[in-house]
Design a protein around this ligand. Structure first.
Ligand SMILES: *Cc1c(COP(=O)(O)O)cnc(C)c1O
Length: 378
């Protein structure tokens, strides 16, 4: 802890190791956590769960929030709540973290993997349209690396073809499309609060909805399928996907600081852009796509001269944890059978790099990274 009450890792303090990400936790998180602890409500009942749910829903512009144990259970809860399972198809992008497709497979439905857009790196509405069959029940747009999907096109297709939309907004807390926050477009919007996301609860997640019926159903399924008004009576096979009051306490404090958290990340991205602007083989994630207000999750860029792997190697050897983008799902044996052709996703994935993005990344860190990348192209 430093004098502001912030936790700073030994490595970062000693300028030895630069992690990809670090949670931004402060005094208020500690205070709320201590209050939750002292109240004795350490499991999933308690005032912080309700407050976190309603505050996050309000922040995103939906009527209800149902907090879950993590982002993957949020996605699974959304799928089963919409009645999606065996025999159904769910369309999702090739470029995403595997939790998106794992949740679909756990539901028993068949994933259908489609390509992404070249400029946004997010699921391509044209590919969605092409992949729709009689069995298609839902599409999961993933707001990748903080970038909103083209929600107008996607919602139009979904309305026309009568399929559900489950947003995966795990990496895009606070991003917006035409002034409306992501997570509020679809039937259900799913979030993760893992330690590397913008708002964290350690582990945690949330499903947002503006449908009273879906909200009620999600609450029952999250809590063992137990009837709300009849204790120990079950008319559906449910799950235990609850968050704890301790986690929700941290989440509420984080949410009260979200503008600051986002602002810090934006400033770091701007610092990188300024320092790296003279390296013309690096192209940063688009921030000027019509209607889309992206946030900075992990600073994301493409290294376009074929030296991506070499650059990452160099940074890693200098104890800087830069990361390659997600592998395309279609590259992995267990997911490949579900995939349509995904040429754009494969190309982006092979060029993509995530750079360290957390509060204490400073000019000095960025200068070091710039120096290493500069040599990397030659
Ligand atoms: C982090 C993440 C998830 C899963 O969240 P967990 O809380 O780790 O289960 C799902 N989808 C995407 C796109 C993510 O980045």
């Amino acid at each position: 802890m430093n004098k502001f009450g912030y936790a700073i890792s030994e490595e970062a303090k000693n300028d030895k190791y630069v992690p990809i990400s670090e949670p931004n936790l402060g005094r208020s998180e500690m205070q709320y956590l201590a209050q939750a602890f002292a109240s004795g409500w350490v499991s999933s009942q308690g005032a912080y769960v309700d407050r976190f749910e309603s505050s996050f829903a309000e922040f995103c512009g939906t009527s209800w929030g149902v907090a879950t144990s993590n982002g993957t259970t949020a996605l699974h809860l959304a799928l089963v709540t919409l009645g999606i399972g065996e025999g159904d198809e769910v369309i999702l992008p090739d470029l995403t973290f595997a939790a998106t497709i794992n949740a679909v497979l756990h539901s028993g439905a068949t994933p259908v993997i489609v390509d992404v857009e070249k400029d946004s790196w997010c699921i391509d509405p044209v590919s969605i349209k092409r992949a729709i069959s009689k069995r298609t029940k839902a599409v999961i747009p993933v707001h990748l690396y903080g970038q909103p999907c083209n929600m107008e096109a996607i919602m139009n297709i979904a309305r026309e073809r009568k399929i559900y939309v489950i947003e995966d907004a795990a990496e895009a807390h606070g991003a917006a499309y035409k002034g409306k926050k992501v997570g509020s477009f679809g039937d259900i919007g799913c979030f993760s609060f893992f330690a590397n996301k913008v708002v964290t609860t350690g582990e945690g997640g949330m499903c947002l909805t503006s449908s009273r019926q879906l909200n009620d159903r999600m609450r029952v399924l999250r809590d063992h399928g137990m009837m709300k008004n009849r204790k120990y009576w079950h008319d559906r096979v449910g799950y235990n996907y609850r968050i704890t009051n301790l986690q929700a306490a941290i989440g509420l404090a984080q949410l009260e600081r979200i503008e600051e958290l986002l602002d810090t990340r934006t400033k770091i991205e701007l610092m990188y852009k300024k320092a790296l602007s003279r390296l013309n083989f690096i192209e940063f994630q688009s921030d000027d796509l019509p209607g889309r207000e992206k946030i900075t999750w992990l600073v994301s860029a493409l290294i376009k001269d074929g030296s991506r792997d070499r650059c990452i190697c160099k940074l890693q050897n200098s104890k800087i944890d830069a990361r390659p983008f997600f592998y395309p799902l279609s590259d992995m044996k267990i997911y490949k059978p579900y995939s349509h052709s995904c040429a754009i996703s494969r190309k982006i994935s092979s060029m993509g790099i995530n750079l360290p993005t957390y509060r204490s990344v400073n000019k000095k860190t960025i200068k070091k990274i710039t120096g290493l990348l500069d040599g990397g192209s030659r």
